[in-house]
Design a protein around this ligand. Structure first.
Ligand code: ADP
Ligand code: MG
Length: 770
């Protein structure tokens, strides 16, 4: 039996789910698959694993000795939730561990293992029956991440097989599958006969959220960062103690707002902060344009909707009757986004110093799972940055758009986790009603799926068209993925997985990169190929110029130009020069190839793997550290899976590659992308009709060899251009190579300044071809 700390035990007892333990455990005992539904805060993530643990799951001498796995879509949630459950388990805390990519605490004692869904998918490919587990909890299933979806499809089969095996052989134990969701809108999972021939029981649990009052703005501003700044500034002055959690779309916005807030509030008391003066009367009045519509069904019961008082929005907006405590004077600003180091992310869980208001600026990593103690006020910009993907042409884009109503309500819910709270929406109720979809599309419909298809085939699922996807991708996308894999020799012409395909599936890489590794050993290039692939598959190694440049105190309206500002402007120019120089230096091995440039970055970093080195060169330490780990992992995988390369050794610090090797590496990388080659338009068999002489490399038109209009219809663009961040962008128009191999195509977000103009499709180039 578990002895818990009295205060944690008391907090637990207040969750209604705890009094439902018996009913839930009966449901789990009597069914191999159950769905547990309860609004956020009901105690699913923290309590269900403990119920299982106390019922004997995961203890070596019980009838259910295997571990309990709890999946999370995000790393920070896996780590922080395992910490919380460990704390709640008192004298049994060492039974809880986590495993995320490259980082984990699992030991012999582990009974409850929190892990990301990606990690569990990999384990599944090694041991299809997941024999070391007795129960798998899939958390946040309503988010419909691609990994979660694929896991549920696989696990529905695994549970069935384990059941059948256990009936024949008593040493094999059945596997319990517990799917948890914060919404009931999961019919794709529950009412899907392909997935579960008999629908699994849906056990509802009562929510215990504290009431959250939702405040809409009267108007929806396009500059929501500015708007957030104003609202936080006023709120900080007027609101009683309690943490702020602010939702923005990305790290640029977070850094920008953080700078503004630090300039305005620093660590100083507001009385001492002279530079920003805003009084309620100075801020222009906003008029509601459209009438307040009916509240949607999806708003959970505990959300209490309030429309800011027409007459006196500013005076009333932060008026909280039940609370007379005065506002704290100081402010502590903390960022939270996925590209941060885990230890920095976990800072948001530490209590703020006394008399200080914690202001957390987060992306949607904070939207679900996490409980950040002390958060009472949520500020929601109503947008997020989403990956968009045109299935036909393969053009990718990242677009900032309105979130779904379901997400907006998840965000509001963050204010009611440890006490009653308020959510300030930086958009009007009219826009919410009109422009917010009820639910976002599942991720599987928004991304390339060749990696998933390869994984499925390697696990023996020959006919992926019949795989029980919760929401199946279109037939055509599946076929396209199979075609690509066939071309990469991962599948035979009859669409069966080949030996090459099996090897490729073992690498934690997109299939094209896995393919590159197989040919990467010519001219002793293997260690370089591995480093290059590690670089290519790591997101955002480079800071953008906007991220690198220190922001000026931005708020023009409230700014008095002073000497410091001029100094700051000069500093900006200097940083820009250093930035350009750093990039130029990284093109030392080759000035025509993004892939070789990444190889150089990864290679040089290995010689001096420090934060200082990265800071000077405007690259991300966390990401590069992971490329190191990935290099090691890939080397091991190559050694173990390709017999002819069995004596490959990992060499951390590589010598500079020879010119011959650089040439070979360019061919090696191109070999994985032969279908993604573009020819300079003036050399193409069908040059464009009006051909204006371009001045800059980024204006030189290229035509993809598999033309975009062939798949998209003639009204679509047929031309693509070099991305300004590519080394190729620094050439003169005349020097532009005849052929460019590209990693992906991307259409930029239309600029707010000129929304009519359709942005060009840009190639994320890999290399020139000679
Ligand atoms: P669910 O998964 O259903 O959304 P959780 O199990 O994560 O709910 O949390 C249930 C409740 O436990 C929260 O509403 C909160 O009151 C409390 N809680 C969870 N994590 C923490 C934490 N790190 N610190 C303080 N309280 C927490
Ligand atoms: Mg949860």
């Amino acid at each position: 039996t578990v002895t818990r700390l009295p205060e944690l035990q008391e907090a637990r007892m207040k969750l209604p789910i705890v009094s439902e333990e018996q009913r839930l455990m009966e449901g789990i005992h009597n069914n191999d698959v159950v769905v547990i539904c309860g609004s956020t805060g009901s105690g699913k993530t923290t309590q269900i694993p403990q119920f299982l643990y106390e019922a004997g799951y995961g203890s070596p001498n019980s009838p259910t000795p295997g571990m309990i796995a709890v999946t999370q879509p995000r790393r920070v949630a896996a780590v922080s939730m395992s910490n919380r459950v460990a704390a709640e388990l008192g004298d049994h805390s060492s039974a809880v561990a986590y495993q995320i990519r490259f980082e984990g605490t699992v030991s012999k004692e582990t009974s409850i293992k929190f892990l990301t869904d990606g990690v569990l998918l990999r384990e599944l490919s090694q041991d299809f029956l997941l024999s070391k587990y007795s129960a798998i909890i899939i958390d946040e299933a309503h988010e419909r991440n691609v990994n979660t979806d694929v896991l549920i499809g696989m696990l529905s089969r695994v549970a069935k097989i384990r059941k059948e095996d256990s009936e024949k052989d008593t040493t094999i134990k059945p596997l319990k599958l517990i799917i948890m969701s914060a919404t009931l809108k999961i019919e794709d999972l529950t009412m899907n006969p392909k997935l579960f021939p008999t629908p699994p029981p849906v056990l509802k649990v009562e929510g215990r959220e504290h009431p959250v009052t939702v405040h809409f703005s009267r108007t929806t501003h396009s500059n929501y960062v500015e708007e957030a700044f104003k609202k936080i500034t006023r709120g900080h002055r007027k609101l009683p103690p309690g943490g702020f959690l602010v939702f923005l779309t990305g790290q640029d916005e977070i850094r920008h707002l953080s700078k503004m807030l630090k300039t305005a509030f620093g660590g100083m008391t507001s009385a001492e902060a002279p530079r920003v003066k805003i009084s309620a009367t100075e801020v222009p009045m906003e008029a509601e344009d459209i009438e307040f519509g009916d509240v949607d069904d999806y708003v959970p019961d505990n959300l209490d909707l309030v429309l800011d008082d027409e007459e006196n929005e500013q005076d009333e907006e932060f008026h909280i009757e039940e609370d007379q405590e005065v506002a704290p004077l100081k402010m502590q600003v903390l960022p939270l986004y996925s590209q941060m180091q885990t230890k920095d992310q976990l800072r948001v869980f530490e209590p703020a110093p006394k008399g200080t208001r914690q202001v957390i600026l987060a992306t949607n990593v904070a939207e679900t799972s996490l409980t950040i103690p002390g958060t009472r006020f949520v500020f929601d910009c109503g947008r997020s940055k989403e990956r968009k993907y045109d299935k036909q042409s393969g053009v990718q884009s990242f677009e900032i758009g309105f979130i779904s109503k379901a997400s907006a309500n998840q965000r509001s819910g963050r204010a009611g986790r440890t006490g009653p709270g308020h959510c300030y929406r930086l958009y009007s109720s009219a826009v919410y009603e009109r422009d917010f979809q009820s639910f976002a599309d599942p991720e599987i419909l928004r991304m390339p799926i060749e990696g998933i298809v390869l994984q499925l085939k390697s696990m023996g699922i020959g006919n992926v068209h019949n795989f029980p996807f919760p929401t199946p991708p279109e037939r055509q996308s599946l076929t396209k993925a199979e075609n690509l894999l066939t071309y990469l020799s991962a599948l035979s012409p009859s669409r069966e997985i080949t030996q090459i395909g099996i090897t490729m599936s073992q690498f934690p890489l997109a299939p094209r990169f896995a393919k590159i590794l197989r040919v990467g050993h010519v001219h002793n290039c293997l260690p370089y190929t591995i480093a290059m692939v590690a670089g290519l598959s790591s997101p955002e190694i480079f800071l953008t110029l906007a991220q690198a440049i220190p922001q000026l105190p931005v708020n023009e309206e409230f700014k008095i130009r002073r000497k410091e500002d001029i100094v700051a402007e000069e500093e900006q120019v200097k940083v820009k020069t250093r930035f350009n120089l750093a990039h130029k230096t990284f093109c030392g091995l080759d000035d025509m190839s993004d892939a070789i440039k990444l190889l150089q970055v990864v290679g040089e970093f290995a010689h001096e793997p420090t934060e200082a080195w990265c800071e000077k060169r405007f690259v991300r330490f966390k990401v590069l550290k992971e490329t190191q780990l990935l290099r090691k992992q890939l080397t091991e995988l190559v050694r173990n899976s390709i017999p002819s390369l069995a004596n490959t050794k990992f060499q951390d610090k590589l010598p500079i590659p020879t010119e011959l090797q650089v040439g070979a590496l360019k061919q090696i990388v191109a070999s994985g992308f032969i279908d993604q080659v573009a020819i300079r338009a003036d050399l193409s068999p069908t040059p464009p009709e009006q051909y204006r002489k371009p001045r800059r490399a980024t204006e030189v038109p290229y035509v993809p060899l598999i033309p975009l209009h062939a798949i998209q219809g003639p009204e679509h663009d047929s031309l693509v251009y070099i991305h300004p961040e590519s080394p190729l962008a620094h050439l003169s128009a005349k020097e532009c190579p005849d052929y460019v191999v590209y990693l992906s195509l991307q259409r930029a977000t239309p600029s707010g300044l000129d929304p009519e103009k359709k942005p060009k499709i840009r190639m994320h180039a890999l290399t020139d071809v000679t």
